[in-house]
Design a protein around this ligand. Sequence first.
Ligand code: BYC
Length: 314
Amino acid sequence: METKEYHKKFQERIDNGETIEPKDWMPERYRKQLIRMMSQHAHSEVVGMLPEGNWIERAPSLKRKKILLAKVQDEAGHGLYIYSAVETLGIARRELVEDYIYGNAKYSSIFNYPTLTYADICVIGWLVDGAAIVNQTMLARSSYGPYARAMIRICKEESFHQKQGYEMLAKMASGTPEQKKMAQDAVNRWWWPTLMMFGPPDDESPNNAELIKWGVKSKTNDELRQSFVDRTVMEAEAIGLELPDPDLNYNKETGHWEFGEIPWDEFWEVIRGNGPMNRERIRARRKAYEEGAWVREAAAEFARKQKLNQEKAS
Ligand code: BYC
């Protein structure tokens, strides 16, 4: 039932900073928005395993291989927490996954770029996980309880990912001239796509206002992008790498770093499915899903038999 009175009470709860839980009344549109955004987030965590997984066998040492394996495994875990949180909104995981693999559900634009050298793995940790932390620290205060709680745990793990990426990149940047060049090249390629992760500019974001009104987001895409730039410029400087933007300029009055024009045409092309790796990523996910069908069937059968046995025993 969607009466004015229900909507008013719901908004009051949000404005009072209360958390909305699965069994609470919520507007249908709030539920739909959460399903859209959270499922996009879950798909991103899972597809995000591909660019990094590509380098597990070629990690430069056993230590780096162990770290990368753990990181990629963490991303799978993040996907699982978020899929479970979306299921509390009354939708089955199968439907979400199939809408992504065979339909039009989106996932983060960032995972449609290739990882050409090991320096890309360092930069993903530093920049991509760094951007994810800025976004997800905000989402840890989201109005929807299961999503906010999933974010708290995820942010702790992302923080480890970001630190290991930065440490590895710092080492590479202080290595041989070839290593430094490789590190700089990776930064040049990943900088602008990372800024695009925060979504389109506020005046072109159809969802921002509604998500903020309902406390799902508490900061806009542009605000989050700005805080990411502000914290990253000094980190780049500290390890002797340059960000590929001649317009970067510290504005003493605002206390923020101004930056150049983001190539938005590229962003829209990527989310329309025409980025460098879109087709390959979907193909890989489809193959994994189809080849894993027997595992899902076996697990469901095992659960069914266990339940039958429990019923017989009681
Ligand atoms: N990529 O109205 P807007 C990770 C879409 S995983 C693709 O501003 P909203 C990690 C948007 O969906 C990182 N699409 O939307 C994993 C909308 O289209 P629809 C994933 C994008 O929701 C492994 C349209 O553009 N994090 O960090 O207010 C290893 C208009 O946008 C993108 C999350 O998903 C994009 N970048 O804001 C390492 C966080 N941006 O759906 C790291 C949760 C926008 O209307 N999500 N679009 O057809 C969010 O915070 C928000 O949904 C967004 C977009 C900031 C992404």
